[in-house]
Design a protein around this ligand. Sequence first.
Ligand code: ADP
Ligand code: MG
Length: 686
Amino acid sequence: MSRPLPGFAAVDPPREGWTPTRGRSRPERLDATLDTLPGVGPALRKRLAKLGLERTGDLLSYRPRDYQRPLPPRRIADLFGDEEALIEGEVLRTSSRHGRGRLRILTAHITDGSGEIAATWFNQSWLQEKLTAGTRVRLRGQKNRYGFSVRSFDLNGGGATADFAPVYPASEEVASGKLRELVEAALPFADDRPDPLPAALKVERGLPLRADALVALHRPRSLAEAEEGRRRLAFDELLTLQLALARQTAEREESVAAALPAPGELIERYRAELPFTLTEHQESAIAEIDGDLARTVPMQRLLQGDVGSGKTVVALYALLRAVESGRQGALMAPTETLAEQHFLTVEGICAQLGVSCALVTGSVRARGPEADVTVGTHALIQQGFSFRDLAVAVVDEQHRFGVEQRSALAEGRAPHVLHMTATPIPRTLALTVYGDLAVSEIAKPPASRKPIVTAWVTDEKSSEAYTRLRAHLAEGRQAYVVCPLIEESATSDARAAEQEAAQLRDGELKGFRVGCMHGRLKPADRRELMARFKAGELDVLVATTVIEVGVDVPNATIMIVQEADRFGLAQLHQLRGRVGRGAEQSYCLLISRSKDELTESARDRLEALVATTDGFELAERDLEIRGGGQLLGARQSGLSDLRFARISKDVGLLEEARDAARTLPPETMAAEVDAFLGAAEHLGES
Ligand code: ADP
Ligand code: MG
């Protein structure tokens, strides 16, 4: 067969040999800052940056949230009022003049046979030379007292933005129309980046060229065309994700971990020390972990289970397995507060077993890396903290890539890694985010556990809620009061919490010992407060959402959440998980303003919480309420990095990407994969 001609769409460029042409792509143009576009000065540049738009390329990947729907054309003679209308006609003549300030007004007289109208554009003088007499135009806009003010338009049958003009996520400071103009100005650079997908793959999967997809996304002639463009871009994202996973898997398979001997005496004592027997689910997770630890392939296992299902007990088991063989274990949490709380849990049992345990965070370096078990934030590994012999790492609620990989490099030997998460993610999603990570699930909490009773009461009944809370305290139980969410800053949150605590000490909770916990406390104070609450020296903990995760005080049996309507569903579910951790019946009382003052989605959220305590059910409900928006926990999982893919709907596309990733050579889209992994690591560090 003769070689196909270069330049033909289905042929990949040779590695070398094609001489650059004048029209060659210039990827650097996509990196140009936005003030290189006409009409963008420092002020606008700043406002655009707040929308995450800093470079020309950012505009191209700014996804429209919707498209305008087409309007039937109207005769110029029939235009009336100021409703949006579409007219079609021919240019008679144009003129342009200065308006106030730097405003330039371009006017084109248009006729369609039925009448004539003066169409106006602002600050688009460049258009004048295109609007020569006789040019056919389709204009969408409004009639006003000067003529017709144009919002979007097509010339000579091209583009058709008049029908499906994109509507961009705008801000107070930058209108969607302005964004439309800027994207339009960036669109000519759409093919300045070489298409990263191999040509054969595009042919096989029926995917358009990337540049065409971008044009279709921003200037579609139909909704179907816009969707086709989005699909292509979504495919790129999903493929990048899959390739990144494949690369990590390959790296992992090359690294070697210590194979641990079978469980022995320390584990026996650990089991004996536990005040309960492990559930069937916990036992099977443990058996799976034991299987992994016996091999020299580093474990990469996800331990999934709803809040309070008993994951920590299993995680500690894995850590002790490392200690038992003379090696070390590390437990890493996403925040200092959470690390401190884990430490309080772990330290107690470690002390009973004669195992040394250290907390290492940015602010505390209690003991060096010599301890058998080290608890800390993810920084533990990222800051090159060097362990004597780390065999097992437990990573809590951090699904980012790259974290554990680096430790592997630093050690010369990879630890076994157990990822813990309370974020319920459907199976297909788990595959997207974790690739072929093995999954253990604790599907049910301990049987001794009674489901938390949740009630929703409005403000006027809040004193009854406190009466109920005091009844628990009188029986020697403990309680949480969660303060309203103030989104301004941690400082204002802290101030509000302290005020609330002071008020409660003088009012509803007079005579009880009330502590106040917020993000502005010094770590040492925070630790001491938690320890006192745990030891029963405080009856009530008034707190901000810092108690959201990890706090484990089984004697706390009731929680009041103030202004519960201001919290997200996932957040409330996590908060509620702080009670119901022992055998006693526990309660969660959600207080809100009167029901008719709430938004519909706030009502839906609170109703959902009252209806069920099942995390999976709530995750699905959350998805419905938010209309296919972000999934519960999407932020941690890295899914929010996906702009074009909609995980809930693109399951088919995801499978295609997985297929493709399996057959493509590993260096495919290397730059995209690097960027993806780089961004993930970078986020992990901040
Ligand atoms: P998670 O980490 O999944 O939120 P934890 O491991 O912190 O859950 O467990 C929640 C509470 O349940 C803790 O107080 C723990 O001691 C207790 N617990 C764990 N496993 C069992 C069990 N098998 N039986 C009774 N209580 C348990
Ligand atoms: Mg826990």
